[in-house]
Structures are given as C-alpha cells and as structure tokens.
Design a protein around this ligand. Structure first.
Ligand SMILES: OCc1cccc(Br)n1
Length: 412
C-alpha cells in the first residue's frame, strides 16, 4: 500500500500540475460498454457475468469507455474542453495457468473536445513530467509516436474495406508478439491481400517522416500532425523523449489518429503506458462527433522499471512519538498525552496494551519513532513525563504543557 500510495500520489501530482479534474466511474459497468468486434484481447478477456437482476455486466477492463459514457450522460452540463484524469482498478479474466494478474490500477488522463494535435502534445508533456519526477531520464525511457492514418492510407490504397480497419490494427499491434506468418494468416482471414500485407509491413518499417511523406503524401494529415507534434515537443522541451516509429499502432480498436507508447530503452519490459486519439468513440455510443485523446498508464510495468533502476525511495512509516503507560492506572494520562500531541500535528503511536518496555523499543524501531514518552507514576505524581530521544538516548522529565508546546526543555 505504501508503494501504491506513493505511485498514485505522483500520478495525482502531475494531473494537478496540468490542471486536470479528477473523476471516477463504477468498477462494474454494463457489459455492452466493452463489447467490440475487432478481436481485441481486452474484450476477449472480459470479466463479465449476469447479475441477480439478469443484467449482463462486466468488471471494467479499461477506463475510456466509462469516460465516454460519462461525457454523454453529462451532455450540455459540460463546458469543453474537458481535462479529466482518474486512477482506477481494471479487471480481466485470465486463466490462472498464465500466472498473470487479473486486476491492475491504471492512471488515465484525457482531453475531450480539442481536435488539434496540441492535445496530444499536452498529454505527452504530462507523461514526460511524470517520468522526470520519478527520476527516470530519456536514456531510460522513450515514447514512440505514430498515427493510424498511416495504416489507413495503406489499406485504402489496397482497397481494404474501412470496416476492417480496427480489426487490422488489432492484428498489426501483435506484430512483435506473433510470428509473421501468423500475422499474415490473421490478416488474410480479414480479406487483406498479400500485396496489402506487404504494403502494411513496408509502411510499419518506415523510420522517418520524409520517408512517410514519400509513401502516403500529405492528404491524410498524418505527416503534418506528426511534424507539428515534434515541433511542439521541442517547444515543451521533451523532444529527446519522443521518436516517430511507424510500427506503433496500439491494440485498442477505437484509436483513429495519433497513437503513442512509452517503452524502456533496455527493451526488457512490456509497454509502460500508451494512448492515442479516439475521435469516433463517443459517436459509436450515440453521441455527437467529439474529438478526444488520452492515455492509460498501468501500475505494474512502471513499478518493475523503478525497482530495476533502484529508484524507489524507502517508504518507511515515520512516527514522531511512541507513548507507553508503564502501569495500568496510567492509561488515561497516556491517552491524554497522545491526544494533546496529535492535536498539534504530531504522529503518535500509543501503546494500547500492557506491554513490556523491551517490546515498546522494538515497536519504536518498526515505526522509526523519534522519541518515546514513558508515563511513570513517580514522574506523573510530579506532573511530568519522561521524554527519551531514541537516537541519542538522552532523556529528561517534562510537564505535559512543555511537552506539547515543545518549550522549556531540550532533549537532543
Ligand atoms: O492491460 C490489460 C489489463 C486489463 C485489465 C487488467 C489487467 Br491485470 N490488465
């Protein structure tokens, strides 16, 4: 929990810095929100069931569809653009034999209502800010960016029907995970000719925007968008973090334009985060055409990376005081002392049972307590308590008022 809270605090800090509003949605949604026909792994592993009311429901596998539903539900009450973020638990149903987690937490930031590439540039800046705040450099992590319009241009050149586009993207996203003949087989099952498949593979191997311009020309706007995105990256000061890479398509069906993916440069981990533009999603839920883009950032890979880099701080509990009544009849004064110290903002661990002093010293170590307050009858009869500094061992007797106001005494 300390690790998770530290990570989420950093997610929240970046979201706050970018003036994004936190939102939340139910973990349990109507199954229909996630049913899509593009063959995505995320929809094939839906943690879905029928509830006692006979409803088809699912534990959400991602957050973006819920966001789209909320935007539509709020409708005219919203003033665009929306800059929303959330951190939410997501689920999938994996066979346990695969030994993979069925739940994880995802940080999402989304900008709704901005058609321009400025929205993507802002989201990428948030990602880079997060990485830098965590002590990660552009030598450790990069962000590959591309645009699905590249694939769209290639497919239309080969007369692949538009309604296969999403399914083709889902298959092409697996290009580095499956053998090439498996990819070719799955694509040909979609009616993609072998010429088209080779056209796709050629396009994905492009590594420069000039090459891309030669291949698809200026019509789709992909080259212009990517050039402007790289210019904005330079203006923000994160150009050394982002690279055009045509092989990036991402595996979610609803992306329509820019796509991006954070990766570790040692190439040992799965994608750290990913996102893109999804201008059609709200329309598919019956809403108006609404430009939108966002990213998802899971809690698993980033923690693996931070552990590998050895940059997770020691997340120790830090108590100021541990208070112990040395005899049972002193329990009430001990409670009064703890309450008075806490009312002035001090972190106090009050020993609640009859414990030996040896136990209290071990507890103090566990809590990294700075001082111990020993409430003993002879001191208490004189209106004082014994304060012991747990690093120097020095101690002195102090009245309760001096203890709370930290005046008229010094124990180093
Ligand atoms: O990123 C895919 C995913 C979705 C839900 C739960 C888990 Br674990 N992983």
């Amino acid at each position: 929990m300390r690790l998770r809270n530290w990570l989420f605090h950093n997610f929240r800090e970046v979201s706050r810095l970018f003036a994004f509003e936190e939102i939340d949605f139910p973990v349990l949604e109507s199954e229909a929100l996630f049913v899509r026909k593009a063959g995505e792994e995320i929809t094939q592993q839906l943690y879905n069931f029928e509830d006692k009311g006979g409803r088809r429901v699912a534990l959400r596998p991602e957050l973006t569809p819920s966001l789209a539903r909320l935007v539509l539900q709020k409708g005219k009450a919203l003033s665009f653009p929306l800059k929303w973020f959330t951190i939410g638990q997501c689920w999938r149903y994996e066979r346990m034999t695969r030994g993979r987690r069925r739940e994880h937490y995802q940080w999402n930031m989304d900008i709704i209502g901005v058609p321009g590439i400025e929205a993507e540039a802002e989201l990428l800046s948030a990602l880079v800010t997060f990485f830098k705040n965590m002590g990660i450099t552009s030598n450790d992590v990069g962000i590959k960016i591309s645009n699905r319009k590249v694939l769209q241009a290639v497919l239309s050149r080969h007369n692949v029907p538009d309604d296969s586009f999403a399914a083709v993207c889902v298959i092409v996203d697996k290009i580095e995970k499956l053998p090439q003949d498996e990819i070719k087989k799955e694509l040909s099952m979609l009616g993609v000719t072998i010429e088209a498949v080779n056209g796709i593979l050629d396009a994905l191997s492009i590594r420069s925007l000039d090459e891309l311009e030669d291949l698809i020309g200026p019509e789709s706007g992909a080259v212009a968008d990517l050039k402007q995105l790289l210019n904005l990256a330079n203006a923000y000061g994160y150009d050394d973090w982002v690279h055009f890479d045509a092989s990036i398509v991402r595996g979610l069906a609803y992306y329509t334009g820019t796509v991006f993916e954070g990766f570790d440069k040692e190439g040992r981990l799965r994608a750290i985060c990913g996102g893109g533009r999804y201008d059609r999603l709200l329309a598919t839920f019956g809403g108006p055409e609404t430009p939108a883009c966002g990213f998802g950032f899971g809690d698993a890979v980033i923690l693996e990376l931070l552990k590998e880099k050895g940059i997770i701080p020691s997340l120790r509990l830090e108590a100021d005081y541990i208070v112990i009544a040395l005899e049972d009849h002193l329990r009430q004064p001990a409670s009064t002392i703890a309450a008075r110290l806490r009312s002035t903002g001090h972190v106090v661990d009050l020993v609640l049972e009859n414990k030996r002093l040896k136990w209290a010293f071990r507890q103090a170590e566990r809590l990294n307590a700075k001082r111990m307050i020993l409430v003993g009858s002879s001191e208490w009869e004189k209106g004082t308590v014994r304060v012991k500094d747990l690093s120097s061992g020095d101690e002195c007797d102090v009245t309760l008022d001096d203890l709370v106001t930290q005046q008229n005494y010094k124990v180093s």
